[in-house]
Design a protein around this ligand. Structure first.
Ligand SMILES: Nc1ncnc2c1ncn2[C@@H]1O[C@H](COP(=O)(O)OP(=O)(O)OP(=O)(O)O)[C@@H](O)[C@H]1O
Length: 705
């Protein structure tokens, strides 16, 4: 098989869409309610790409036979839109002028070269002992002939900054915690050393254990938080390992396990997996981690946050995985909050911390705009933005737009609304079955539906060429999530645009957003500065909490003065990192009354992996104890009930002073009825990634009974 065939071969995914074209929800059912004036194509529909939109709203003549290869067309050229407020040109929110300044040149395809000038002045920080020097070319590193040949085939002419520093460190066998901006080539930075290492020291154990239904013994494990990202890493790594003899398998939830097990039977050196499916395979005794020599966690901060951490800890510490030292561990992300660094250090030995660019900052390649939009006006505003974009011909004909929303329901609703108004859109979120998710992504990537509405399930890692515009229709609660979301554009040295709709609801993120934009040399609107100032009176809900009072920069948490002075740093870094937390909770009491409609909001990412606990945020269970000798049970967000329905008030007074509200000085695990107001605040506060688990671990040495 040629390299090209090899890399274009589907990633042995067991499930294939039975229909070759994606049908949005409103077309799947009765579409009598559709306005027959809707014509997403304009006056001359073009079915050449197998597109399923028709003027009547039914699937077209090519139904089921679309190639999926057609490039998307500009939408809304003929603006029939079904909106009670009237057509776009009589619109009170005419923003087309703004697009004069938003020209983003369409670059060549990713892989045809990278604009390295964009990375010239990037600050690099390394810390740790005996740091191997960086290289300037791939030739300076002995990666092996076959791998070098594949790098050439990928048209990687020279290493990106993260690769220049990280590859020599990893090749020297060192553990690594690496942080670099989105789209800067982290995948290759961990894949190359792993593939090269396996090429040099192939496995001495049999691939497949004795007996039928044997056990696979991979040498390397790459974990990532979402199914789509695991598939993408697998596809990338497969290109790099062509004709090297290194075997790859991908395992992820939502697809039949049988096919993935069969793939394992053919032999595996590198297993790319989501945590849930991996645990399943280990429990079935079909995979053993005993031989693991390389462990890489992509999006490591996400993997170690409160949703995934127990599962990761179980995999790394309780499932026969060799300990740090014999095992080389590499953690990569674009964001690395201090408290997550500390958790991560449990998995590392004598590691090097590497920050290329500023930790948690966005790349300067992304032009960031923030617009003040009332909740009720958002759709209208979006429509005008899309029309203006289309009218200006911004970004060229292949341009794709990714729209982030907060909830799964919101994603479906917006997809439906966009489609009904003539915009070819599809949606991806955790409630869709895997087949639908793959189909949506494929339709988006190919340009058949150049608009993708997504929850945070698509926020991290996905490398989709031609995403020229990311719209935060709903801003996330956490600034790190914003960084990852906008990072779907402006990748590999190319420019991109990110537009955020800001409403009163987003006040907690105002300060960190303004700081982030300022840092990325973006224009901060005066009204946002004002919001930031007033929200900082209370404390910030975003970076201020996670990075220690809004400090930016590539900080190795080991360089904290407490760490160096030999103090017991187990408490102080948290107190430091979460300096703004108390005041934030306090602020919420007056400014942000609890909104039950938000209950599911934070958990849009819950479908990231079928067995993962969910997104950030925990509720305390009813079993919570008053005793300081045993920890309360943490509940996943899905079991979180509105505060007024809770009972069993429990006071965790032992946690007093650490991340608690100054007004209450206690942390409540459940609430009596009627619930005191500060408990509402705390509930919101917990939603904002309160570091309950680390605190509990310190207090009780564990987080669950
Ligand atoms: N040395 C290189 N030369 C040219 N292109 C490269 C090089 N390294 C990586 N790329 C390309 O850059 C793009 C972004 O890489 P990658 O997806 O690894 O970024 P990332 O840093 O992991 O991003 P994220 O933080 O969003 O996960 C990919 O399309 C990849 O093929």
């Amino acid at each position: 098989m040629s390299w090209y065939d090899s890399v274009t071969e589907p990633a042995r995914r067991p499930t294939r869409p039975t229909r070759s074209t994606y049908v949005p929800p409103y077309l799947r059912t009765n579409n009598n309610t559709m306005n027959t004036n809707i014509n997403p194509y304009g006056s001359q529909p073009d079915f050449s790409s197998g597109h399923r939109f028709t003027p009547s709203g039914r699937t077209g003549p090519n139904r089921g036979r679309g190639s999926g290869r057609g490039r998307g067309r500009s939408w809304g050229q003929n603006r029939y839109f079904n909106d009670s407020n009237g057509p776009a040109n009589s619109d009170p929110f005419d923003i087309s002028e703004k697009f004069d300044e938003l020209e983003v040149v369409e670059d060549g395809y990713v892989g045809e070269g990278i604009n390295f000038d964009a990375y010239e002045d990037i600050p690099v920080e390394t810390s740790g002992l005996d740091i191997p020097p960086a290289v300037n070319t791939f030739a300076e590193i002995d990666l092996g002939k076959a791998l070098n040949e594949n790098i050439r085939r990928c048209k990687y002419v020279k290493p990106t900054p993260i690769q220049r520093h990280a590859i020599p460190i990893a090749m020297a066998g060192r553990d690594l915690m690496a942080c670099a901006q989105t789209g800067s080539g982290k995948t290759a930075a961990f894949c190359f050393p792993i593939i090269s290492g396996i090429m040099r020291n192939p496995k001495s154990m049999p691939v497949w254990g004795q007996g039928g239904g044997g056990v696979a013994y991979p040498l390397a494990l790459i974990l990532s938080p979402t199914r789509e990202l695991s598939c993408q890493i697998h596809d990338e790594a497969k290109k790099f390992s062509y004709q090297t003899g290194v075997k790859l398998v991908v395992a992820y939830g939502g697809a039949p396990i049988s096919q993935q097990l069969r793939n394992l039977e053919k032999g595996v050196d590198i297993l790319v997996a989501t945590p849930g499916r991996l645990v399943d395979m280990i429990e079935r005794e079909r995979v053993s981690l005993r031989m693991i020599k390389y462990l890489a966690l992509d999006e490591a901060d996400r993997m170690l946050d409160m949703g995934f951490e127990p599962q990761i800890r179980r995999i790394v510490e309780q499932m026969e995985m060799p300990r740090p030292g014999p095992r080389q561990t590499m953690l990569f992300s674009a964001t690395f909050p201090t408290e997550i660094q500390r958790l991560a250090s449990d998995f590392l030995s004598n590691y090097i911390f590497l920050a290329v660019g500023r930790v948690g900052s966005s790349t300067d390649l992304i032009a960031q705009r923030v617009e003040y939009v009332q909740e009720m006006d958002k759709r209208k505003f979006l429509m005008n933005l899309l029309h203006a974009q289309s009218a200006k011909g911004a970004y060229g004909k292949h341009a794709l737009t990714l729209v982030f929303v907060e909830t799964k329901r919101g994603a479906d609703a917006l997809e439906r609304w966009l489609c009904m108004n003539g915009f070819p859109a599809t949606a991806i979120h955790g409630d869709k079955v895997q087949m639908e998710r793959e189909r949506a992504l494929k339709a988006f990537k190919s340009g058949v539906t150049p608009l993708l509405v997504a929850t945070d399930v698509a926020a991290r890692g996905l490398d989709i060429p031609h995403v020229s515009h990311v719209i935060n229709f709903d801003l996330p609660k956490d600034i790190d999530d914003y960084v990852h979301r906008i990072g779907r554009t402006g990748r590999a040295g190319k420019s991109g645009l990110a537009t955020a709709f800001f409403s009163e609801k987003n006040m907690p993120i105002a300060k960190s957003l303004a700081e982030l934009m300022q840092e990325a040399k973006q224009e901060v609107p005066p009204w946002l500065t004002q919001y930031a100032e007033s929200s900082s009176t209370y404390g910030s809900g975003g970076r201020g909490r996670r990075y220690g009072g809004g400090k930016f920069g590539g900080r190795d948490y080991r360089n904290n003065s407490q760490y160096n002075s030999g103090e017991d740093y187990s408490y102080t870094p948290y107190a430091d990192s979460y300096a703004g937390a108390d005041s934030y909770a306090e602020a919420t009491s007056s400014a942000f009354p609890y909104d039950a409609s938000q209950d599911s909001a934070n958990y849009a990412g819950g479908g990231v992996d079928s067995n993962a606990v969910g997104s950030r945020g925990y509720d305390f269970g009813h079993e919570a104890r008053t005793s300081s000798s045993s920890p309360p049970t943490l509940r996943s967000p899905s079991s979180c009930r509105p505060p007024h329905q809770r009972n069993n008030a429990v006071q965790l007074s032992s946690l007093t002073g650490i991340g608690t509200t100054p007004t209450s000085s206690v942390l409540w695990a459940g609430f009596s009825t009627p619930m005191p107001k500060f408990c509402v605040d705390l509930f919101c506060f917990c939603d904002q990634s309160l570091p309950i688990k680390p605190l509990m671990r310190e207090k009780w040495g564990r987080t669950q009974h």
